[in-house]
Structures are given as C-alpha cells and as structure tokens.
Design a protein around this ligand. Sequence first.
Ligand SMILES: [Zn+2]
Length: 381
Amino acid sequence: MNDSLNPLFLALGANIFDAELWAEVPFSFWAFVFFIFGCIVGSFLNVCIHRMPLNESLVSPPSHCPRCRYSIPWYLNVPLVTWLWLRGRCANCKAPISARYFLVELLTGLLFLLCWLRYGGESAGVALILSIFFAGLVVATFIDIEHYIIPDEITLGGWGVGVALSALVPSLHIQGPWLRAVMLSLLGSAVGAGLTYAILRLGKLLFGRQKLRFDEPTRVEFTETGVLIEGEETPFDEIFYRRSDRILFRASKLEALGRTWSDAPVRLSVERLEIGDESFNPEEVPLMIATTQEITIPREAMGFGDVKFMGAIGAFLGWPGAIFSLMASALIGAVFNLALIACGRREWSSKLPYGPYIAIAAGIWVFAGRWMLDWYLARVG
Ligand SMILES: [Zn+2]
C-alpha cells in the first residue's frame, strides 16, 4: 500500500523542513502555487479593504452581498473565477459587484508570482516575506484611494511584522546574524519615517499652496473646526501644519461677529485672523461666512499616515529602499498630477491620497532596485 504512495508524500511525513525535498519540486510548480496563493490572499485583502476603514471585524460575518446580505457560500467564493462566472453580479440579487474585487485578486496573485520569480531562486523565505509586504501595499493603496487614510493595522502593524520577519529571515537585509538584520530593519524604518516627517514639517514635497478660482462668487464658511467649500469640509488640522501656514483671500462680502465687511482682504493662520486692517483671535470667531472668487489654501501632499507607512516600508526594505521609495514617490506623484491636469481631470479636493505613489515606488524598488543601483554605481564608480 505504502509503495503506491507518491514518495513526495512519504517524505512530507518524514520531514517537511528537509531542503533536499523542496529542491525536488520544480521551480515552475512553486510559481503556480505562489500565484494561486496570491489570488486567495487577494480575496481576503478585498475584505480588509472594505471593512478596515469601517472598523468592522475581518472574520465575522462571513462574506456577504453588501446589498441583500446574501451570505456567499464557499463554492461561490473562488478567487477570480466567481467574479467572472457571475459576470460581476451578486448570485442572489444581481446587484453589480465592483470590478475592484477581481482586480485586487488578480493583482495580488501576479505580485506573489513576481516575488517568487524574482527572489524564489535565492531564498523562498525572502520571496514569501516580500509577498506579504505587497499584500500590505495593496490594502494601503486601495483604502487610501477611497478614504484618504491608511489604517494603523497596516502601518504600525506592518512595521511590527517587518521587524519580526527580519529577525526570522535575516537575508531579507543581509547575509549575517539576525540581530544585525533587525538593526537594519529598525534603521530603515527610522530613516523612512524620519525623512517623511521632516518633509511634512519643514518642506513641501509636491503641492504646497493651492490657489482655487471659482467661476462665480462662492460662499466659503469657516466654522470652529474647519473650512467648508462647495460642500466639502476640511478640518483645520489638515490645513495648518506650520505656524506660517495661511489661508489668503479677498472677500467681496464677509460676515462675522455680527458685523459685515465688503471687499476686504483676509488672512487666517492658527494664531491670527486679519480682516482688512483689523486683527482678531481666531478662537473668538466661531463662525465666519465669506463670499469670494479666489482663495489660497496651504495643502499637503502627505499626512501622518504616510509617515507611519514609510516607517513600515523601511522595516522591510531597509534605508536604501526607504529613501528610494520617498524620492521616487514624489516623481511618480508629480507625473501623475501633470497628466491629470493635462487631461483636465484634476478637481479641487482638500485631500489627496499619497500612499499609492509610495506603494508603487516601493514596488519598483523590490523588483528593479538592485538593478538600478548597480547601473548607477557602474556609472559613478
Ligand atoms: Zn445581493
């Protein structure tokens, strides 16, 4: 009976950690496994993307249609296949299911496959860790695009996972003892988070101030917590990062403190509100309603979520990867925004997702970083 069993299974029973056993299995078979595993992980990432920003549990209730609450049975929860089979509709109520579900599964599968093809030959452990890293990038990217935040589970959690896995598989950073790998991981996250924080506080990476022009006189409301423009409220926390940050405009009409001004220049910072020649403490002006056709607002490309996100990326990629990701993200962001402006598609939004640029840059580093570094060093040295 035992003789008829595949020797592979016998060996599995004997010792699954035997390196020689794994060497027997063809590289291409593992490529297939990584892809399928990636698609299954992608299916779970869809749940994370949907539920994490809402602070819902990731495990219960099980997958269901958001419209009719129809609980999706296991045989209809097959990555890629289900979405295609049902042509992007709920099996019960036929409500359309976003193509994002299919896209995330396919993207995650392909990223896992690429990690194996690029790193599997050197170290299966590194290929697996980088796959996990990409899973985090995918969740961060899609949540940031939709909600303009990156949850702490991904940023702080990712940082912890990055440091721990560096101890487990030191070759992620270096061919040496685990303690040195952990030091390099910590150094990477310190450089990533530190540089990003410095840019956020001191410099302006991409957009700086933005001048908004309206086709006709538009009502702008300043409440105790933020600014309301065309139905979108922006909290002051997201506008004023530095004491020097100012909102500037000329109000054709302005109402505050029971008074009315007309055609008055207005300057507002955290500490001071200037209307014409008069100066006020902003905290004593609970509500100000202005009409203007043009307003200048300080605007940040990045937020504190990106600081934490860069810390997590540094924990996985070390300081060279962190510096590259930060620099390349600014370039990718600039190109993307120029393209949007050229297409006339860029509309006013106080918030912008910056995380996706960082994620794309980090991805480029993982697959092409060493090659680019060699190319650069060959020309410099
Ligand atoms: Zn349904």
